[in-house]
Design a protein around this ligand. Structure first.
Ligand SMILES: Nc1ncnc2c1ncn2[C@@H]1O[C@H](COP(=O)(O)OP(=O)(O)OP(=O)(O)O)[C@@H](O)[C@H]1O
Ligand SMILES: Nc1ncnc2c1ncn2[C@@H]1O[C@H](COP(=O)(O)OP(=O)(O)OP(=O)(O)O)[C@@H](O)[C@H]1O
Ligand SMILES: [Mg+2]
Ligand SMILES: [Mg+2]
Lengths: 165, 151, 151, 165
């Protein structure tokens, strides 16, 4: 199983749909300060089910929906999809390609979809169980986390080890 | 669960030391349990000493040394249980040129079993990537994607 | 004490906005008091919006934008009360090339009234300095000074 | 008043005496990871009277004394001096040059000196009162402090403003 592409629409500073082809190896994301690179990371965490607004650098979950600029009006929905290739059958579904989608409306309504059919978050977390993939997994790292991985407070380290077990 | 945890712990211990010595070209590193006989209850301590130094605690490490040590732990875990993909957001920022190169070389080696997405301002890391995406805001506040082919 | 604090606060408010607009080439910034009528008790809030964006809280700023905003506050305070000397340890690390250049230009302007000691891995910041000291460890664990004349 | 030079001997990774001429304008300090740059910053904070071992990245104050390496024995004393030019008479002493020194012995004994005569820490903090200089002043900044200056916990910001008043 590997990630084939990421689609973002209406999430944070992305009012127009963008697609990032993941591909194998190392994909670098570059650009000036404040232009939206870390928003892409937030989009991945969010799609995988992240519930903490603090981790998403927001005050309320609604803050992830495009908020408008001097020239553009705010949108009413944010949507992020992760599309995985499942040719090796690692994910326990009979499809060759599995897409997971998360949507949030300004009304507060939110939904999760698997291959375009609504499902519960639990279906998504069950799907990725034991793959090392998840909103709070150790696979999204930023400089601030370096301090926590090595810090005196050993509970974080313990959860890293337990997750790997 | 206990046997599973012990086996994983042994694997991570070996992995951490192997990656640490690769990133620091030597030096000593160790993962130790303390505080309890029972591995499921004990505290997990990390000891790291760059080559030729006589350090004990990781609080004495420099900013760059801490980043490399945490990276060695992360990739040590990946040796035991590779993650399908991994996102690294500017973790090369505190590293000097020589360490950035060692970091990139390791990234390339691990990218056989793990997909990496790396956010960086460092030119060397950009050069080491297989593909590059530029994110810009031609209109203030609106992010757009620019694909910068790199091969 | 009260009059003194109010006068300083007014000065910092103006200074912060001036430096912020220089670093962000525009944008809006403001220091506001909240929570109490009495300025000595009130909370000090910072609002910052880069050019053309519609942001409100500083938690939405990016890593680089936060660094520039905190720097604008620091130098805004220096406009009111210059510090004799100031040490900056790798605060240019999260900045892109364009922001590093603006940061260095400002450092040069302020270096008339404040002595700066800047620790950096960034070549542009090294070029902007008046003198350069290298610290190396030829023997592991022993720091030595190497003066790299730069003029 | 300006800083003319800094002398470090036996502090952290500096077993041999070094002198840094400060001069006017911007002085850059460069070098590989782990070679001792931030130790220079710790030396300045310590000399100005820093009491917190956590700020000095140590477990106990004794950790600031050179601890030895595979090839060198530990030292028994650490000493840091800051030498200021006082031609403008800003510092309330009749000297043209004022040096402040802090020493710590492995025995735990510590001393402060002004122009090579022992004094109390209070004499040093009184000397620099109202100059904006001090161990905990806002003139030593590292990336971690960027988060605290802008953070939700407003007490840090308040102390910045009060210090300037
Ligand atoms: N809901 C939203 N609507 C519109 N814009 C938003 C929203 N949430 C965040 N932003 C914008 O996203 C920007 C931050 O982007 P991000 O943190 O991704 O930058 P970055 O590319 O990582 O920059 P750096 O290199 O400094 O880390 C902020 O300036 C903010 O204006
Ligand atoms: N008491 C001591 N005796 C000997 N060495 C010490 C002592 N305290 C700290 N050190 C050494 O100092 C080193 C850290 O130095 P420092 O933090 O100044 O590095 P740096 O140049 O800032 O690096 P970076 O670029 O990674 O931030 C550690 O590796 C440690 O071995
Ligand atoms: Mg970012
Ligand atoms: Mg350092």
């Amino acid at each position: 199983m590997y990630l084939s592409r990421l689609e973002i629409f209406g999430f944070k500073s992305f009012p127009q749909k963008i697609t990032i082809e993941a591909g194998s190896g190392v994909t670098a994301i570059v650009g000036p300060n404040g232009c939206g690179k870390t928003n892409v990371v937030d989009a991945i965490r969010w799609c995988l089910g992240e519930q903490s607004t603090k981790t998403l650098r927001s005050e309320k979950m609604e803050d992830v929906i495009f908020n408008g600029t001097k020239g553009e009006k705010p949108l009413s929905m944010a949507e992020v999809s992760l599309i995985f290739s499942n040719e090796d059958g690692q994910l326990a579904v009979e499809y060759n390609e599995v897409s997971i989608t998360r949507r949030l409306f300004r009304s507060g309504e939110s939904e999760y979809l698997m291959n375009n059919r609504t499902c519960r978050l639990k279906d998504i977390t069950d799907l990725f169980l034991n793959t090392g993939l998840g909103a709070d997994s150790y696979s999204m790292i930023e400089p601030k986390m370096i301090e926590t991985i090595l810090s005196e407070d050993r509970t974080i380290r313990r959860s890293l080890f337990e997750e790997a077990a | 669960a206990r046997a599973m945890f012990l086996e994983t712990l042994e694997g991570i211990k070996k992995g951490f030391v192997q990656i640490f010595q690769r990133l620091f070209i030597g030096g000593e590193a160790e993962i130790r349990l303390s505080g309890s006989e029972d591995p499921l209850e004990a505290e997990i301590d990390i000891l790291a000493t760059p080559e030729g130094k006589s350090m004990k605690s990781i609080t004495l490490l420099s900013g760059g040394e801490k980043t490399l040590t945490a990276t060695a732990l992360l990739f040590g875990i990946y040796l035991v249980k590779p993650a399908p993909f991994c996102v690294l957001d500017e973790i090369d920022a505190p590293l000097d040129d020589a360490n950035v190169q060692r970091f990139c070389k390791m990234l390339k080696d691990f990218s056989v079993s793990t997909q990496f997405m790396v956010i960086t301002h460092n030119k060397r890391t950009m050069e080491a990537a297989d593909r590059l995406y530029g994110v810009t805001m031609e209109q203030p506040g609106i992010s757009k994607l620019v694909s910068v082919k790199f091969d």
